[in-house]
Structure formats: C-alpha cells, structure tokens
Design a protein around this ligand. Structure first.
Ligand SMILES: Cc1ncc(COP(=O)(O)O)c(C=O)c1O
Length: 354
C-alpha cells in the first residue's frame, strides 16, 4: 500500500448539486490474468494517463455502481447496502466477461474512502456522499476481444438532491422511438453501454417538457419497465389499505437496491407490496378512473421522486391524482430517509457503519 500525501482538505461542500463536487481521494486496483487483483491503493483524485487504443474506450467493456453514505444523526457514517451493490457489480462484470471484484474488497474500499473523505460532507441531512465504483478494460489493442487487464477505481462526490432540493413531482415522457433493454441484452446489469443510448430519449423527454423518459419493453412496446435511471412504483387505493406495486423483473429491468428496499419497507409500513407487468393502457386507464392514486420513481440518486404527469405522444397525456406528491409516496420516502440516517429500525442490517 502506498502512503498518500494528503491534499489540502477542500472546504465542506455547501451546494453540491449532483455529480460535480468530487471528494479528494480515490482508490485504485489493477487486475491481470497472471497476478489477479493488486492491493488497493488510496490516492488523491487525479487525471489518468491512458493509451488511446485502450479496449474500454472503444468497445465499452466498462461496468459501474452507485451507492450512498449518509451521516447519521449520531454523527457516524452509514453506507447503504454496500454488499448488495458489490454483488450487482460482480454480476455486471460477469456479463461483460470481466473479472469479479471480491465482495469484501469492494466493501473495504468503500470504508477506506469514506473514512478519509467524509470531511467534505456537511451536516445538512439532505446531502450524502455518492460513491462511484467502476471498472474498465485497459489492454491496448483494437482487436475485438475481452481485455486481459483491468483497472478498478472508486471515486466519490458530495450529492445534494438529484431533482433539486425540494420534493416536487416530475413529469415523464413515454419513449416509443427508443428502447433501453431487450431480452438477452444487458438491461439487468449496470454497464456504461446502457446509458449513452438513453440520452436521445432523455433529450426527447426534455423537449416535450418532461424530466424523464419512461422505458417500455422492447418486444411488444407496451409494458412499462423503468423511468430513466430509476425503477418505478405505483400506488392503488389510499390510506392504510393502499397497495404498492412495481413492475416485475423480467430480465430487462435493473434490479434496483432501492426498489428491493421499498418492497420490504412498504410491508413494514403495513401496505401490501407486489410486482406485476403493467401496460401503458392499463396505467392510463387506472389513473383516469382513480384506481391508481400515486406513482413514484426510485433509485440511489433520486431516492423517491413523485411523478405527477405523464406525456404519451401516442395515447395522450394524463395527470396522476392531483399532480402533486401523494401521501403514501411521501411516507415511504420519509421512511427511507429515516433508515438512511439511522432513525428507523434496521432489522436487515442494511446500514453499514464506518
Ligand atoms: C437503469 C436504472 N434503473 C434503476 C436504478 C436504480 O437502482 P438503485 O436503486 O440500485 O440505485 C438505476 C440506478 O442505479 C439505473 O441506472
């Protein structure tokens, strides 16, 4: 392990935004067929020197994860479900013929980076540290084959709200022109190549006045799968009897850690939670006849984000409930936020203390 010359501590970040207020360090590891993984090295966040013929740049052999650490009310840092992210990172690597990083190594890297970089996080409970582990192919060749060497890096940034500081409803746009994932593809793993093709759909959504695109299944083009880089939920009914539903994992959806968490949390809050395949037509019909009362999107970055309006260039637009954040959505959101901050019972040990 190399010792690190500490860069001057940058100030505590007050207005972080999302994705730009990087912390001071990163952790680096390399992998080769002969030597396996090298020991993790903690170093200042710095530019990389890479050869332009690197496989990762040309053929997209790149995987990544996104997880968060929050400052609990007792001052300690809690990382949310790092082992689940480590296992998804392994599945993503397997899908791209890359080496798997051991789960313990992943968690130790996260602990080390948080220990040195938590100083950047203010006491504002709406802020967190977003950790970005990623791995890329480093062989220098333009032969179309998997690399024989790889680099793993873990970097981080201080995160504010993904959609701004307040909880407001977003509008979503049903993408009929583009699909995100298809059977046999890579929709159920987290790889760089899934995201660039989504940008055009996102631009279309924005041009239509919406914040996010809604992805439909690639075969029949009628089942609702995800929203941008988030999983989707709907609420049927209201009050104590409200039922929470999310699209079933068909192999083309990313199995979100937040999605999985909310299915359990909803039951703990006394609601039934289930999965089903939902068509756009049924979604619209049930919103219009009042059966579906609320819709929200969820993910590590977005936490729980209420959806107020849907624009469907083929079937017309509709409003969900009165278009404002609904009570069940806000209750589930608060439960998740409380869990992150160590203010809610954590029987599954999801909060990993550093
Ligand atoms: C396509 C996609 N769906 C859903 C999610 C939400 O997953 P998680 O809750 O694990 O952040 C993400 C973010 O990782 C994503 O990129």
């Amino acid at each position: 392990m190399t010792s690190v010359v500490e860069p001057p501590l940058s100030k505590v970040v007050q207005n972080p935004g999302h994705g730009e207020s990087f912390t001071a360090h990163m952790i680096s590891m390399e992998w080769s067929e002969e030597g396996g993984w090298t020991s993790p090295e903690l170093m200042p966040l710095s530019d990389l020197v890479i050869h332009p013929g690197m496989i990762g740049l040309h053929y997209g052999q790149v995987t990544f994860e996104g997880l968060k650490a929050h400052r609990r009310t007792d001052g300690r840092m809690g990382v949310f479900r790092p082992r689940d992210h480590a296992r998804r990172f392994q599945r993503s690597a397997r899908r791209l013929a890359m080496p798997e990083l051991p789960e313990d190594t992943f968690v130790e890297a996260v602990e080390r980076l948080i220990a040195v970089d938590e100083v950047h996080l203010s006491d504002d409970p709406t802020h967190s540290i977003y950790l970005r582990p990623f791995m890329f192919a480093t062989d220098t060749t333009l032969m179309l084959r998997p690399s024989r060497t790889y680099r793993f890096l873990l970097m981080a940034f201080v995160a504010g709200g993904f959609f701004g500081e307040n909880v407001e409803s977003v509008s979503v746009f049903i993408s009929h022109d583009y699909v995100r994932a298809f059977p046999g593809g890579t929709g159920d793993v987290k790889i760089a190549g899934n995201y660039a093709p989504s940008f055009l759909a996102q631009q279309q959504a924005e041009a239509a006045g919406c914040q996010q695109a809604v992805w439909l299944d690639a075969i029949e083009r009628r089942y609702v799968e995800e929203m941008g880089g988030m999983n989707m939920f709907l609420v049927r009914g209201s009050g104590a009897d409200a039922q929470i539903v999310t699209p079933e994992l068909t192999g083309t959806l990313l199995p979100g850690v937040t999605r999985n968490t909310l299915l359990t949390l909803a039951e703990r809050l006394g609601h039934s939670a289930s999965t089903e395949r939902l068509t756009v037509d049924r979604w619209r019909e049930e919103c219009l006849n009042g059966t579906i009362t609320e819709v929200f999107a969820c993910g590590t970055a977005a936490v729980v984000t209420p959806v107020g309006h849907v624009r469907d260039p083929k079937g017309g637009d509709w409003t969900i409930g009165d278009g404002r954040p609904g009570p069940v959505t806000l209750k589930i959101r608060q439960a998740l936020v409380d869990l992150h901050h160590g203010e809610l019972a954590d029987p599954d040990g999801w909060l990993h203390l550093v």
